[in-house]
Design a protein around this ligand. Structure first.
Ligand code: 4AD
Length: 447
């Protein structure tokens, strides 16, 4: 080939570098390739003849090291700015960072004034501090890792249900029912009613859903195994470390379920399978956290509510809330039970009938009046999942619920898992506000 053709090929190659994500560049398979990456500057260091940058684009915990000759420096190239860098991928002399990009061009795409930028280079910021910056906390290592894990866990949960023959149902966000009967509802009304008619938009009071369960129950009457995974709302005036006003719930409903054992098997399988997938696909991100549980091979421990009460009453620990039979288990009790069972997840079954919502099935043959209901308690969090066999016997149901049970009703059961609590549990995160992109809780709706 003539020199001119070679030059134009080189020119063409230079003009069209391969666009790579940082995670792809770090794989090290493209040494010698002319590439372009885009991202945000995580660190910047000037040496005599060179400039060293770390650029992160959210595709991995690791940033890519850029080495550039000093003349490529730009006064706008600062910590936090968005850049586009082209250059050649090289093997790096540093063991920790096997690949680096030798830059031939750097463009600042988005400026970032380092004086106003609330993060400072090389400073560690507390979770409380970054929580106040909902528009920027995704640029920190810990929160970006967490959101990648959250995304993977979502995929893992959908995969579990797909592989096990469940049909996904989009249950409504706006509903007229209070499934849990606890009255913790946000009412939906038009923001600018022009007349009284508009105020009554749905003709009945309408609310944001507290649970998709009743809609799922309807669907399980045709598809046998159904699930939903979406936002759920509770007007709980709580500032606790495990309550939000908007959280995501994974709910499943299974027809022809005769006993709690059938239900707990699905809960356990889902928990184990999703957690294994997350640990396998996001090892580096997960390693940043201290984790309360790993999937493990032991089956989840089971105790009845009555046994749990015995355990609490035999303990030497002083509890703030009463522990007599019939009392609801409080967080302090749940945490004690988990510890007592060896700091592993534990199922508590057969709660007093009066403690559970109207849909839970009455264990009519039990000496104490219990319901076929189960909670899954996990280390660090307490209640992660609540489920029950559903009352399908018409004579035992109250009027409003009857219509759902009229035509070909079968024994069935289901459960709901709080997705944020699941993330708290597998990552060992203390506060639920730190596992959701934009937390909503009483007196807080930032951004
Ligand atoms: O126990 P809950 O209220 O059960 C239900 O809503 C059932 N209808 C679910 C079903 O059977 N389909 O909620 C289920 C789970 C809890 O175990 C908890 O993990 C989570 O949802 N949860 C919350 N998570 C964050 N903030 C809140 N305010 C929560 N309330 C419940």
């Amino acid at each position: 080939l003539s020199q001119a053709v070679l030059l134009s090929i080189r020119h063409y190659c230079k003009k069209t570098p391969t666009k790579l994500r940082v995670s792809e560049a770090l794989l090290g398979a493209e040494w010698g390739a002319h590439v372009k990456i885009q991202g945000w500057v995580r660190s910047i260091r000037h040496q005599k003849v060179n400039l060293f940058l770390h650029v992160n684009d959210g595709s991995s915990l690791q940033s890519l090291q850029i080495v550039a000759a000093s003349h490529l420096n730009d006064p706008l190239l600062t910590f936090g700015s968005a850049v586009e860098v082209t250059g050649v991928l090289k093997e790096s002399p540093h063991r920790k960072q096997p690949v680096e990009l030798e830059a031939d061009e750097i463009h600042v795409i988005g400026e970032c004034n380092p004086v106003d930028f609330p993060f400072k280079i090389k400073e560690r910021h507390s979770l409380e501090y970054i929580r106040q910056l909902p528009h920027l906390r995704c640029r920190t290592n810990a929160f970006s890792s967490l959101l990648r894990v959250r995304s993977e866990a979502t995929t893992a949960i959908h995969s579990y249900f797909k592989e096990n023959g469940f049909v996904q149902i989009h249950t409504p966000i706006i509903t007229s029912n209070d499934c849990e009967g606890a009255g913790e509802l946000f009412q939906v009304v038009p923001s600018h009613p022009e007349n009284e008619e508009d105020e009554n938009f749905f003709s009945v009071p309408a609310f944001l859903t507290v649970s998709g369960q009743l809609h799922l129950e309807v669907m399980s009457g045709a598809f046998t195994r159904v699930y939903t995974f979406g936002p759920t709302f509770r007007a709980e005036n709580s500032q606790s470390r495990r309550h939000l006003a908007e959280f995501f719930m994974v709910e499943a409903e299974i027809s022809f379920t005769q006993c709690l054992e059938d239900l707990t098997r699905v809960m356990e399988d889902m928990f184990r399978s999703a957690t294994e997938q997350v640990m396998a696909h996001c090892a580096e991100d997960v390693d940043l956290f201290h984790k309360h549980v790993t999937p493990g091979h032991r089956s989840i421990f089971r105790v009845t509510y009555s046994e749990a009460i015995d355990i609490l009453n035999r303990s030497s620990q002083k509890f703030a809330f009463p522990t007599n039979w019939g009392c609801d288990l409080q967080t302090e009790h749940e945490k004690y039970l988990v510890k007592h069972c060896g700091n592993i997840p534990v199922f508590v079954t057969d709660y007093p009938y009066d403690l559970k919502p109207f849909y839970a099935r009455d264990n009519q043959d039990s000496p104490e009046h219990t319901a076929a209901a189960v909670d899954l308690l996990v280390p660090g969090v307490g209640e992660l999942c609540g489920g029950s066999l559903r009352e399908e016997r018409l004579d035992l149901l109250r009027a409003r619920y009857l219509e759902l049970r009229h035509f070909g009703s079968v024994p069935h059961g289901g459960f709901g898992l709080g997705f944020e609590r699941y993330l708290q549990c597998i990552l060992g995160v203390d506060n639920i506000k730190d596992v959701i992109p934009f937390p909503r809780f009483s007196h807080s709706c930032l951004l």
